[in-house]
Write a protein that binds this ligand. Structure first.
Ligand SMILES: CC(C)(COP(=O)(O)OP(=O)(O)OC[C@H]1O[C@@H](n2cnc3c(N)ncnc32)[C@H](O)[C@@H]1OP(=O)(O)O)[C@@H](O)C(=O)NCCC(=O)NCCS
Length: 179
């Protein structure tokens, strides 16, 4: 799987993935990201991705398979520099290709980009992730990618219309290098 930024040519695939994955994504994402993809949703995603890369605030990738299908989305959001050097990771795999290892492969790739020194990578020090406790597949991906559990954040994010507890995970560059 190749990780690269979203491009204008991805609209049909982006829409297909969001349609086939609508039910699978809905319980775990805010409404704006869980809504089935339509043209305008793609435009918003493309604009957010481009703005993120331009400003350095987000590094958002799509995972592309050999047959050119989109396997998933792997994002480093809200990058803060200075003394923090931190990003929040997010991930999703298209419902038609789950349980084949793409989630783990994509998150491991994302962490490599995050922790590789600039200019090849982003040179971050810490990546965090937050997962709803009942999202067992995502908890497993976090574990396989090497994240360390930090604790339970009560009523942390408003997902599917209500404030939900999240398990908080983190990984530092030092831990990633040792793994
Ligand atoms: C979570 C998600 C990214 C996993 O993607 P994936 O490509 O299936 O991940 P992988 O194949 O690398 O690994 C999945 C692991 O979860 C396990 N798993 C899947 N469903 C499970 C379940 N219901 N209970 C327990 N484990 C489960 C798989 O067995 C596998 O573990 P294993 O390798 O030890 O067998 C994907 O299911 C998804 O996009 N879900 C909806 C969006 C989402 O939840 N995103 C994350 C928000 S925090």
């Amino acid at each position: 799987m190749l990780l690269r930024p979203l491009e204008g040519i991805d609209e049909a695939e982006f829409t297909r993935v969001h349609v086939v994955s609508a039910d699978a994504f809905r319980p775990w994402f805010p409404a704006a990201e869980g809504t089935p993809g339509v043209g305008s949703a793609f435009s918003r995603a493309l604009e957010r991705s481009r703005a993120g890369w331009e400003t350095g605030r987000d590094a958002r990738f799509v995972g592309i398979l050999d047959d050119a299908r989109i396997a998933g989305f792997f994002n480093l959001n809200e990058i803060v520099r200075g003394v923090f050097q931190n990003a929040y990771a997010g991930w999703a795999v298209s419902a038609d290709v789950t349980s084949r290892g793409y989630g783990t492969e994509g998150v491991r790739g994302l962490l490599d980009v995050a922790f590789t020194a600039s200019p090849s990578g982003l040179g971050l020090h810490r990546v965090e992730a937050a997962i709803i406790p009942t999202n067992l597949a995502s908890l497993r991906v976090a574990q396989k990618a090497g994240f360390r559990h930090e604790g339970l954040a009560r009523r942390y994010l408003k997902i599917a219309g209500r404030w939900q507890d999240h398990e908080r995970f983190a990984l530092t560059a030092e831990e990633h290098r040792r793994s």
